[in-house]
Design a binder for this molecule. Structure first.
Ligand code: NDP
Ligand code: OXD
Length: 339
């Protein structure tokens, strides 16, 4: 089992399962109004969960939010653009996603806390997908799919996992969990993050000055970074040129991490051998998008992982209780870093 100096998945799961904090003082008497602005079908599930998990809350589905001044909590994928005037007494914005790049942080008043989704099921889903993706790249699956479509029957030589170095960009909750899972196959692992980390069984690198050293040993590169000003377009020609010739790419971060034309050129030159992409710049992509039918690429429609509404709603109920009791909430993002 890998250990890391920061929080672990196990501690995350344990915190989510903690008993409900008791609401003390004046907050116990104040009504709780929660607005939800996202898919209404999922919203109905959220509503049910709030009724059972936090019955004292008034749960309102956008745009039927009643008296806007009463709303202190908002659950949304994308909040309304005029957030400050639309919900003048908002205290916490809960993002439905693990990533928060869809939010314009400048339009969210500085006193409003922004909380992203941390969910053990979402982590497990990503571990499954990333394991599937790495094994598929390791075992040449994009080529076999292309061969089958072309009616070809051709063999490829087998490589042992211990000969295939896997590098993970982003050693947060998801990157760390994926590393733990991949370790069991025997891949030599390395990881890259913003701040230095010590993780058993993994060679670690941090910051731009160590990016080149990290990339030079990645036969398979996984992107599990958040999309920020610093990471936008990081999967580009300059990055590909620092990878070993014929490296393989798995992008499960965001489409904005990848310069798609640079990937197409790298696939043509052999710099990148094949890729699996769960995310694209435009989602859904145009029907004639060149990566959709590229013979060296497998594309999936941003399904690597997701949060089930029941689990997400339950988590938000517990976080609202913590907030009202003056306790810290997990998942509050650091606006300065942008993740
Ligand atoms: P975390 O915030 O827990 O971890 C982010 C990691 O990226 C940290 O290790 C951080 O370094 C590192 N990082 C951030 N900026 C930089 C940088 N400039 N240079 C180097 N490293 C950097 O995020 P999660 O693990 O929870 O999620 C990662 C991303 O996965 C999400 O933001 C989202 O985009 C994507 N995602 C995709 C899904 C899909 O279905 N395809 C589903 C869910 C998430 P440090 O530790 O030093 O801060
Ligand atoms: C997320 C996602 O960030 O689904 O949660 O991509």
């Amino acid at each position: 089992m890998m250990s890391q100096s920061t929080g672990t998945i196990a501690s995350e799961i344990q915190r989510i399962g903690e008993p409900r904090p008791s609401l003390g003082g004046r907050d116990a008497l104040r009504p709780i109004a929660v607005a939800y602005k996202s898919d209404p079908v999922r919203g109905a599930v959220w509503h049910e969960m709030f009724q059972s998990q936090l019955p004292e809350a008034s749960f309102r589905i956008w745009p039927e939010i009643g008296i806007a001044e009463e709303v202190e909590y908002l659950v949304a994928w994308v909040p309304p653009p005029d957030l400050e005037s639309a919900l003048p007494n908002l205290k916490v914005l809960f993002s439905i996603g693990a990533g928060i790049d869809q939010l314009n942080l400048d339009a969210i008043p500085p006193h409003v806390k922004v909380v992203r989704m941390l969910d053990p099921d979402l982590t497990r889903g990503m571990v499954e997908y990333a394991t599937l993706g790495v094994l598929a790249l390791h075992r040449d699956l994009p080529h076999f799919v292309a061969d089958q479509q072309a009616g070809r029957w051709s063999h490829r030589s087998l490589h042992r996992a211990v000969e295939r170095r896997v590098g993970i960009m982003g050693l947060g909750i998801l990157g760390h969990a994926v590393a733990e899972a991949l370790q069991t196959f025997g891949f030599p692992l390395r990881g890259w993050s913003a701040s230095p980390k010590t993780i058993d069984g993994m060679q670690t690198f941090a910051g731009l000055k160590e990016l080149g050293a990290f990339l030079s040993g990645c036969d398979i590169l996984i992107c599990l970074l958040p999309l920020t000003d610093e990471t936008r377009g990081i999967l580009c020609r300059a990055t590909f040129e620092q990878l070993p010739m014929g490296a393989r790419l798995l992008n499960v971060g965001r489409g904005g991490h990848l310069i798609e034309d640079d990937l197409i050129a790298a696939l043509a030159s052999g710099r990148i051998d094949c890729a699996i992409l769960d995310v694209l710049q435009d989602e859904p992509p145009a029907a004639d998008h060149p990566l959709l039918r590229h013979p060296q690429v497998i594309v999936t429609p941003h399904i690597a992982s997701t949060t089930l509404p029941q689990a997400a709603a339950q988590r938000v109920c517990r976080l609202i209780e913590r907030h009202r009791s003056g306790l810290p909430m997990e998942g509050v993002i650091d606006r300065r870093r942008g993740y």
